[in-house]
Design a protein around this ligand. Structure first.
Ligand SMILES: [Fe+2]
Ligand SMILES: [Fe+2]
Length: 134
């Protein structure tokens, strides 16, 4: 599995968003490291909770920016955010209740989703948000 690491190819050319994506990728990496190092349940649970919180914050910020410019694909983009937020919330709950483990498959899912969402979905709003589009 290729570890998700920030690089310029993920840039949407909006500093505020790039910084948030760096932080988000960093948090996914932190969860992956904690899993690999066999950190205890409490430690993993805290990182997972932080990831859920930050995912919500980042998505809310993006949605606010998209709405402010009347981004035409807003609803579709928002639905993708909602879907992932629900998955991560379920993961948190399942983990706390001992029904779910943070496995390589889970990490692969998170890294693939975040990487492809930035590349394939977030990049689409960039021209609208920085004034190059419409
Ligand atoms: Fe994003
Ligand atoms: Fe997004």
């Amino acid at each position: 599995m290729g570890l998700l690491v920030w690089s310029e190819k993920y840039s949407v050319n909006i500093q505020e968003i790039d910084d948030q994506h760096k932080k988000l990728i960093g948090m996914v990496g932190r969860l992956n490291d904690a899993m690999s190092e066999g950190k205890d349940k409490e430690a993993l649970g805290i990182i997972l909770g932080d990831l859920l919180d930050y995912t919500r914050t980042h998505f809310a910020d993006e949605e606010r920016l998209m709405q402010a410019v009347g981004y035409p694909d807003f609803e579709t983009h928002k639905a993708k955010h909602t879907w992932l937020t629900c998955r991560v919330a379920e993961l948190c709950k399942g983990y706390q209740e001992g029904r779910v483990t943070i496995s390589r498959e889970v990490m692969m899912f998170l890294q693939n989703w975040v990487g492809s969402h930035i590349m394939g979905t977030d990049k689409d709003y960039a021209p609208f948000l920085d004034g190059r589009g419409n």
